[in-house]
Design a protein around this ligand. Structure first.
Ligand code: 5AD
Ligand code: SF4
Length: 447
């Protein structure tokens, strides 16, 4: 590889989950520290970071076609960008990427991106750089302080997964479960609030498996962290995602009743409503156990909005087993949910199981499931009409004077008035649509 001029501008393209969004922001901050600026809209960047996702579908192929597109655009512009591949595809297939894509200068896994500055130096010297080590917590210590501006921020508190669901690649790409230390998280949250955040979403592949020692040396779980975060002045809203049913403890359930800043929303994936399928997925819980758990949340917070993830067409899933998934959706009446066609991931146990389901069967099941989820989401929105709540203003709408924000139940709410991003506006929820509601403004709370 020829030596290249050190990049002056960058673009980070993040795919996949919110943890990748967080990692993308942190990589941008690292580059900012080095005086590398975001490429202006519509201009080619000197450095492009593809922050990839490996969870479903032809992730690696997508990366290669993105690389091809970048090379082509670079040739046309007479200047090829420096290309870095980050994220979970980099972790899983780093060596292959280096072998197959000579245009790639850097391959960096999700636990190693704090080393990007050194890797950029190597690339500028014409050396190709790969780092897919998993040194647990070192990354966070090496990152610069947060600079995020904006009302809603992500904070990664936990990474990795020890659950080994048979369909899932995460335990292989993100490694074993680790929790960031309590004091670091409080400090990062304070910084986020100082720089304009009033809502923080705590992130982790198994966020409710977070554990640590609080400022008094007591062992605490996620509930202890949430109680401490709730004491930060200026932080108005706390959320967390994603959780596993088996890591839910009584303290976290109780926090939903005790901590007003903890929003009435819970994303708790179940994946299937059928116990044979759940067993084959190695979920280690039953449909009934999951429903009993949700009842406990509803008991302390009756208005809680529930959300989940579902997979259709897991190997061997029969029509009757799929119908159990429709039944659990009806029973829970989710306010929101994500659903996916099963995608065999290389190296996972389910990929080689008998009974792989035909694509057209998966398509048909996904459509039925999504339509059922959509009905419940619309129903939840309709049942919200007439409620009064605060909406956090996130962005301007298309029309002058129109704003879009989020209700405590994570619904998108439109309303009109003279506001600014980050305001908390008191509204009564009016007309409901399938994906959003209109808000009638009552009073302006913060400036
Ligand atoms: N195929 C389809 N969906 C998957 N998910 C994880 N692995 C796969 C896979 N191999 C879904 C699960 C998980 C969400 C993040 O992605 O529903 O909760
Ligand atoms: Fe994947 Fe299961 Fe871990 Fe979630 S709990 S990240 S689905 S292995």
């Amino acid at each position: 590889m020829k030596p290249a001029a050190p990049p002056k501008t960058y673009r980070v393209k993040s795919f996949g989950c919110q943890m990748n969004v967080y990692d993308g922001e942190r990589m941008a901050e690292l580059l900012g520290e080095r005086g590398i600026a975001p490429a202006p809209e519509g201009e080619e960047a000197d450095l492009v970071i593809l922050n990839t996702c490996h969870i479903r579908e032809k992730a690696a192929e997508k990366v290669y076609s993105d690389i091809g597109r970048l090379v082509k655009a670079g040739n046309k512009a007479g200047k090829a960008p420096m290309i870095a591949v980050a994220g979970c595809v980099a972790q899983a297939e780093g060596e292959e990427i280096m072998a197959r894509a000579p245009a790639v200068s850097i391959v960096v896994g999700p636990q190693a991106y704090h080393r990007l500055p050194e890797m950029l130096d190597m690339a500028a010297n014409g050396e190709r750089a790969t780092d897919t080590d998993m040194p647990a917590i070192a990354k966070f210590d090496a990152l610069p302080v947060r600079r995020k501006r904006g009302p809603s921020a992500f904070l990664t508190v936990q990474e990795g997964c020890d659950k080994f669901c048979t369909y899932c690649v995460v335990p292989y790409t993100r490694g074993a479960e680790i929790s960031r230390p309590f004091a670091h998280l409080i400090a990062e949250a304070q910084k986020l609030v100082e720089t304009g955040a009033c809502e923080i979403t705590l992130l982790g592949q198994n966020v409710n498996a977070w554990s640590g020692e609080d400022d008094k040396g007591r062992s605490v779980g996620l509930a202890g962290l949430i109680h401490a975060l709730a004491r930060i002045d200026g932080l108005e809203r706390i959320r967390y995602t994603t959780s596993h049913p088996n890591d839910m403890d009584e303290a976290l359930i109780a926090a939903h009743g005790d901590v007003p800043k903890l929003m009435p929303y819970l994303h708790l994936p179940v994946q299937s409503g059928n116990d044979r399928v759940l067993k084959a997925m190695n979920r280690q819980h039953t449909a009934e156990g999951y429903l009993r758990l949700l009842e406990k949340f509803r008991a302390v917070r009756p208005d809680i909005a529930l959300s989940g993830d579902f997979i259709v067409g897991f190997p061997g899933e029969t029509e009757a087993e799929f119908e159990d998934t429709l039944s659990i959706v009806d029973e829970v009446r989710y306010a929101h949910a994500f659903s996916f066609k099963y995608s065999p991931r290389p190296g996972t146990p389910a990929a080689t199981m008998d009974g792989q389901i035909a694509p057209e069967v998966m398509d048909e099941r996904l459509q039925r499931l999504q339509s059922r989820i959509g009905q419940h989401q619309f129903g939840f929105n309709q049942a919200s009409v007439g409620k009064t709540c605060q909406v956090l203003v996130e962005r301007k709408g298309k029309l002058p004077g129109q704003w879009l924000g989020k209700s405590p139940w994570l619904q998108s709410v439109w309303f009109e008035g003279d506001y600014a991003i980050g305001d908390l506006v008191d509204v009564t929820l009016g007309e409901a649509g399938p994906n959003s509601l209109m808000g009638l403004v009552r009073a302006r709370l913060t400036a």
